[in-house]
Ligand binder design. Structure first.
Ligand SMILES: [Zn+2]
Length: 290
């Protein structure tokens, strides 16, 4: 896997170079070059292979290329690779080393790098899973899988502390979910920033209910919808037992336009988020959430 990733990176760099070879540079040639370079973002390289492949050195000159679009793209990719390397090296050389024995730190850093690699691999799957013409395609193409993988891992580490994939269920579960072939929605949301890194770390709570919600959130959209329905049903059951619906003219029915509604409110997410209102139109029985 790693060897083929290196091969692919070197192949793309060569392709970019070939695209703009010759004296006459056309827009079409530069567009081919841009395409080759932009694919670099979606190749799951580890920090280690970044060093051994010399890919950074080969990419560096593109940051001075006359065409600004190509120049900017090369800079973005180069910077995210550099950050990736810096993250992998950080703990081995910086202050913390005094407190923790070097071998323990090395093993911790190796684990962190492993997790970054898994996250990056998952995020790289998104491009292939998003068809041309899909409304999110542009967002996906503009995204930075390396940078996102780094930010997510950093957030996890800050929230969960050190953990190995084989003995820490949160890390294991997340790395499984982000690469799960049946779950493309989750990684796409993470990649395009719909789910913030801090939120992912916060997703995994301790209580049983929170764990169930986490699973639902990470599961595919379809599963999520099923879960929400289930949640709504049990909410309603509870409600019938102990709450009286309130009547209000605060909401306008989208179906019949009248303002005669009953509603109840529930805390469906975490306590610091606003309550969800479940509204029913008195005249046409239309139901919606707000
Ligand atoms: Zn209505």
């Amino acid at each position: 896997m790693e060897r083929s990733a290196v091969k692919e990176v070197l192949g793309l760099l060569k392709k970019a170079e070939k695209a703009v070879a010759g004296k006459e540079i056309t827009a079409e040639k530069e567009s081919r070059c841009f395409d080759a370079l932009s694919q670099l973002k979606y190749i799951p390289l580890t920090a280690e292979t970044l060093v051994s492949s010399n890919a950074g050195k080969l990419l560096r000159p593109w940051r001075n290329y006359p065409n600004k679009k190509i120049r900017d793209l090369a800079s973005t990719v180069y910077e995210s690779w550099a950050k990736r390397l810096a993250a992998a090296r950080k703990n081995q050389f910086l202050g913390e080393a005094k407190k923790t024995p070097t071998s323990a730190l090395k093993s911790q850093e190796a684990n962190r790098e492993l997790i970054r690699g898994k996250l990056h691999q998952g995020l790289c799957m998104v491009l292939e899973e998003t068809e041309e013409g899909d409304i999110t395609r542009e967002l996906v193409e503009a995204s930075d899988p390396v940078g996102v993988a780094l930010r997510v891992e950093e957030a996890l580490f800050n929230n969960w502390g050190p953990g190995r994939l084989d003995n820490h269920w949160k890390y294991r579960s997340l790395c499984f979910n982000i690469k799960d072939p049946r779950n493309p929605d989750f990684r796409r949301k993470v990649l395009v920033g719909q789910v913030e890194p801090e939120r992912i770390a916060g997703l995994m709570g301790r209580t049983r209910l929170e764990m169930a919600r986490t699973r639902a959130e990470m599961a595919s959209n379809q599963l999520q919808a099923e879960y929400e329905r289930f949640e709504e049903i049990s909410d309603r059951r509870r409600l019938i037992a102990d709450t009286q619906k309130a009547t209000t003219d605060q909401f306008k029915c989208g179906k019949c336009g009248k303002r005669e509604t009953t509603y109840y409110q529930l805390q469906t997410r975490s306590a610091d988020e606003p309550m969800t209102s479940y509204i029913t139109c008195v005249s046409c029985q239309n139901r919606w959430k707000s």
